[in-house]
Design a protein around this ligand. Structure first.
Ligand code: HEC
Length: 115
């Protein structure tokens, strides 16, 4: 009967692991690293080639390592939806979010936890 606990333990462990990696995965998959770095999470700035229509300007990465101590999860969600302006420069986000609503929520939740 002890085996069942080992299985439960492994399942639970992988669930926690997946939850923890979801935010960073979504961040990279949605091209956020083209303008952002998150040092505390070991996520590096990766500007890559400029997309069509974009100027090939020298970009400074905007680090989001402490964004959770500056704004709330609700603010981030509204900001990604472009309903809210940045708390920094009072402009709408440069990036139009192309992922799913679920991804947006995962991102807002994870970013708000960075303090
Ligand atoms: C084309 C460049 C660009 C891309 C791509 C980009 N951002 Fe941003 N983002 C910015 C800039 C510039 C700011 C800083 C505005 C300011 O000075 O406050 C910013 C600010 C933010 C903020 C802070 C908002 C606030 O109120 O301070 C969050 C959160 C954020 N971005 C999340 C994301 C996420 C998540 C993605 C990926 C889906 C992403 N960004 C992709 C340019 C970008």
């Amino acid at each position: 009967m002890r085996r069942i606990w080992i299985i439960v333990f492994i399942l639970f462990g992988s669930f926690i692991y997946l939850q923890a990696s979801e935010g960073p995965e979504a961040f990279k998959a949605n091209g956020c690293t083209k303008c952002h770095a998150i040092e505390v999470a070991g996520i590096e700035f990766a500007p890559g080639e400029p997309e069509e229509g974009e100027e090939a300007e020298e970009k400074e990465p905007v680090d989001l390592s402490k964004i959770g101590s500056e704004v709330s999860e609700e603010h981030i969600l509204a900001f990604l939806k472009r309903q809210e302006v940045s708390h920094g420069n009072e402009k709408k986000h440069k990036k139009k979010f192309k992922g799913t609503d679920e991804e947006m929520q995962i991102l807002a939740h994870w970013l708000a936890s960075l303090k």
